[in-house]
Ligand binder design. Structure first.
Ligand SMILES: [Cu+2]
Length: 154
């Protein structure tokens, strides 16, 4: 019982110090034998910071990826850091930035919840981490979260 209280206290402490607001976090549920999937969410930093990594029990291989069109071909590559300017929402979404989970130990079932730990490093080099609850879905749902694969920025 003592252990449980300690764990709760840690959770509360993390929430109180959360520097980045996370919303609409979801992971694409996987089918049998599927070893990789993407995690999407909106990140809004109170103070400028950077996403520098992701940890999870689901796999030892979690990376921040960027997808972009290069000469009409969709390319995906790992990014070391993702800048989160103060007060600006950065969206991880299909066809853009996402967290890539590879070498999954087990399938991620639809409607289950998984936990990720986001690793941040601010402009003065201070490292923090934040736990995020992520809902597993087959695809984005809801009006404004519709897949926007064809979205272009000008
Ligand atoms: Cu990827």
């Amino acid at each position: 019982m003592k252990k449980l209280f300690a764990a709760l206290a840690v959770c509360v402490a993390f929430t109180a110090h959360a520097q980045v607001e996370v919303s609409d976090a979801w992971v694409r549920a996987t089918g049998q034998g599927q070893k990789a999937t993407g995690v999407f969410m909106n990140l809004t930093a109170k103070k400028a910071t950077r996403l520098v990594g992701v940890k999870t029990d689901l796999t030892s291989t979690a990376e921040v990826h960027e997808m972009k069109m290069e000469q009409d071909v969709m390319k995906m590559q790992a990014v070391k850091t993702l800048d989160l300017p103060a007060g600006k929402t950065v969206s991880l979404k299909p066809g853009s930035y996402h967290v890539m989970l590879m070498d999954l130990k087990n399938p991620i079932k639809e409607d289950s919840q998984v936990v990720l730990t986001l690793l941040f490093e601010d402009t003065s080099g201070v490292k923090t981490q934040q736990e995020v609850q992520v809902a597993a879905k087959k695809m984005a749902t809801g009006g404004k979260d519709k897949p926007q694969q064809g979205e272009h920025k000008h």
